[in-house]
Design a protein around this ligand. Sequence first.
Ligand SMILES: CCCCCCC/C=C/C(=O)SCCNC(=O)CCNC(=O)[C@H](O)C(C)(C)COP(=O)(O)OP(=O)(O)OC[C@H]1O[C@@H](n2cnc3c(N)ncnc32)[C@H](O)[C@@H]1OP(=O)(O)O
Ligand SMILES: NC(=O)C1=CN([C@@H]2O[C@H](COP(=O)(O)OP(=O)(O)OC[C@H]3O[C@@H](n4cnc5c(N)ncnc54)[C@H](OP(=O)(O)O)[C@@H]3O)[C@@H](O)[C@H]2O)C=CC1
Length: 274
Amino acid sequence: MTDSASPFSGRVAVVTGGGSGIGRAVATRYGAGGGTVVVCGRRREPLQETAEQIRAAGGRADAVVLDVRDADAVATAFATVRERHGRIDALVNNAAGNFVCPGEKLSPGGWRAVIDIVLNGTFHCTRAAADTMLGQGSGSVLSVIASYAWHGHPGTVHSAAAKAGVLAMTRTLAVEWADRGVRLNCIAPGPTETAGAGAALWAEPASRERVLASVPQARTAGTGEIAEAAAFLLDDRAAYITGEVLTVDGGQWLGKQVYGTPLAQVREAGDDRR
Ligand SMILES: CCCCCCC/C=C/C(=O)SCCNC(=O)CCNC(=O)[C@H](O)C(C)(C)COP(=O)(O)OP(=O)(O)OC[C@H]1O[C@@H](n2cnc3c(N)ncnc32)[C@H](O)[C@@H]1OP(=O)(O)O
Ligand SMILES: NC(=O)C1=CN([C@@H]2O[C@H](COP(=O)(O)OP(=O)(O)OC[C@H]3O[C@@H](n4cnc5c(N)ncnc54)[C@H](OP(=O)(O)O)[C@@H]3O)[C@@H](O)[C@H]2O)C=CC1
């Protein structure tokens, strides 16, 4: 059993997209839990900033510039992490690209841009981490998806298809690797305050209002709330959980529609009853 204050002590995690938003929060949480964190992404500065923040708080962190779309670069980077840190206990597939575009206007290049980062990048990293994890006989892979992986969402056909692929990959490999000590799970955040999501998905005040109105709890998530749920799935408290999705969305997807009727209308219909 692990120490509950330092559940990640002696362990090493790789967090893709760890320079910003949810990735930074998950990396920070892992570092605070006693683990060593390696954050990856394309831009060096935000990665270094994350690593410095973790170190300043007394944790251990490293930054590696990496484009997850490049399978060879991913293999090399993960081999380097193993050489430098001796092991890889956790992989958080968090890197993503997204924008809103109607399906009929999405170019092949736009489709490819998102599929390459989210679906192909997740496979490359998972495959590379598995080389070490299967050898060790232990490891935990957590992929950040979105609930539209199963219900779809207009304007995000590329991202929804990619996240659905990641979910299918997770469930498939969870079974393949279960008896070899490697668990794979997903987390599905609801709307979460990050610069990336804000700019890509709700830059206009009207779209932000629509997003907020879609959440029964009527608020966005803080990155720390997502990181806390991620930490649970990564540590030994979740040792018997594999192939699952933990949705952290303030009820958003369940509350989306009641047989096509907005919740406000359902409440109105019940106004004359005790
Ligand atoms: C509606 C609410 C839904 C809420 C659900 C929230 C769930 C999920 C949230 C998230 O995923 S948040 C993460 C957001 N973060 C980011 O997106 C950060 C990283 N983003 C990027 O790197 C870029 O945005 C990128 C476009 C995904 C990739 O950048 P890259 O430099 O590789 O691509 P480009 O060369 O710029 O473009 C490639 C290709 O894509 C077309 N394209 C780009 N932007 C748009 C757009 N806004 N609309 C339509 N098409 C776009 C671009 O034209 C290129 O295609 P071709 O012209 O070559 O065919
Ligand atoms: N925020 C939200 O509301 C929601 C977010 N999510 C998911 O959460 C995750 C994090 O999103 P969020 O923090 O909001 O967004 P951000 O835009 O802040 O994070 C995306 C990160 O991915 C990195 N990245 C993008 N492309 C690549 C690449 N090719 N190789 C390596 N790294 C890459 C970026 O760094 P760099 O540009 O330096 O490469 C960036 O750090 C994503 O998987 C997203 O789909 C899901 C549901 C809701």
